[in-house]
Ligand binder design. Structure first.
Ligand SMILES: Cc1ncc(COP(=O)(O)O)c(C=O)c1O
Length: 370
């Protein structure tokens, strides 16, 4: 039976019904577990919390179902991204990563990979890409954060594979309901679960999904060695939040469509990107490749002062540096050292009523213009 997104999200990773048991079992806070005093550790029996936890396992089942691969959860998105980089790259390898994607991935690569003998190349998400000869790992991020450019996953994955490389896709912004990179040929889908996946702005989480059992085993071993596991309460909260993913994304996307239209027609706005708008350069590709477009819209005001006025005048938009949450928030990216124009705002639509959000946005944009 082919199930819809809402059904898949709300049932993901739940155990078979047992009378008297809850739908989603509670968190299992445990460091050591009881061992058999004579037989000692046994395969399939939980021994220690860094490797064994029923709460992580249930969440991994849930995310794995949605991404279509085996999932390994991490303490944060950066823990997941660095696990992919450091398990796949060796001295003499080349990495290609986005010049316009999440800036800390670039910072990490520049700070830690050259000293390990890895050559780091960057390319804008919309291309052009370097030749893939000698490229061990191609890391893509689509839509890119914060510019929201889109790249052709299947085409780039085929080109990198033809030269013997692996392909990882940062799937944070779309979530697995918006895009399934493994279906497009990627070897890894890696993401921050801190954003829309869990969406309540109350936890940090990351994950890596793959269909290759050897890659999954390497990632799992890396996590066990580095200890980058999420706490059981976070894992449980994340699983609980996953049930409403379809509903949250639907409202966020609807809000983004309305917000992008208002932005595009307002004189204070110099540029706007949202791949769900037919006028957006990434629209055609996004429509073919994505299952839905997320609720993040990026726009540019004149300068920092205009953004300050905008945020000050808004009554609904929180100034905050995350996205994908229930509450609409806005982040002037240049304030973090991201190489973005001073007036660039990453605007994350929440689940507020569209009419309220649009009215607030209009007021705030009018104030930004003064
Ligand atoms: C695209 C992308 N990847 C990875 C990360 C890192 O995730 P985390 O903050 O959970 O470590 C972020 C965080 O903003 C992100 O936007």
């Amino acid at each position: 039976m082919l199930l819809g997104d809402g059904t898949r999200a709300v049932h993901a990773g739940l155990p078979a019904p047992v009378p008297g048991r809850p739908f989603l079992p509670g968190p299992v806070p445990a460091a050591p577990y009881h061992l058999d005093p004579v037989a000692g550790p046994q395969p399939g029996v939980d021994g220690y919390g860094r490797t064994d936890n029923a709460t992580y396992r249930a969440l991994e089942t849930a995310i794995g179902e949605l991404e279509g691969g085996e999932c390994v959860v991490f303490a944060s998105g950066m823990a997941a991204v660095t696990a992919v980089l450091l398990t796949t790259l060796r001295g003499g390898d080349t990495l290609v990563l986005p010049s316009d994607g999440y800036y800390l991935t670039r910072v990490f690569a520049a700070e830690h990979l050259p000293e390990r003998g890895v050559t780091v190349l960057t390319a804008p998400t919309s291309g052009p890409y370097p030749a893939f000869d000698g490229v061990r790992l191609l890391l893509l991020e689509t839509p890119s954060n914060p510019g929201l450019d889109v790249c052709d996953l299947a085409g780039l994955a085929a080109a990198a594979h033809a030269r013997g490389g692996l392909v990882a896709v940062d799937n944070t912004t779309p979530t697995p309901l918006g895009q399934r990179p493994l279906d497009h040929g990627a070897d890894f889908s890696v993401a921050s679960g801190t954003k829309a996946l869990t969406g309540h702005s109350d936890l940090l989480l990351g994950y890596v999904c793959t269909r290759d059992p050897q890659l999954a085993a390497a990632i799992r071993t890396w996590r066990a060695r580095t200890g980058a596991v999420p706490g059981p309460f976070e894992a449980w909260l994340a699983h609980r939040s996953l049930g409403t993913l379809d509903l949250r994304l639907s409202r966020q996307s609807a809000n983004a469509a309305a917000v992008a239209d208002v932005l595009a027609g307002h004189p204070a706005v110099r540029s706007v990107r949202w791949p769900g708008r037919p006028e957006d350069p990434a629209y055609g590709l996004a429509k073919r490749q994505m299952r839905r477009v997320p609720g993040v819209v990026t726009f540019t005001l004149a300068d920092k002062a205009a953004v300050d006025r905008f945020l000050d005048a808004s009554e609904l938009v929180f100034a905050a540096t995350s996205f994908g949450g229930l509450h609409t928030s806005a982040d002037r990216r240049a304030q973090w050292g991201d190489a973005a124009p001073e007036g660039l705002v990453r605007f994350s639509c929440g689940i507020e009523d569209t009419a309220d959000l649009v009215a607030d946005l209009r007021r705030a944009l009018d104030a930004a213009r003064v």
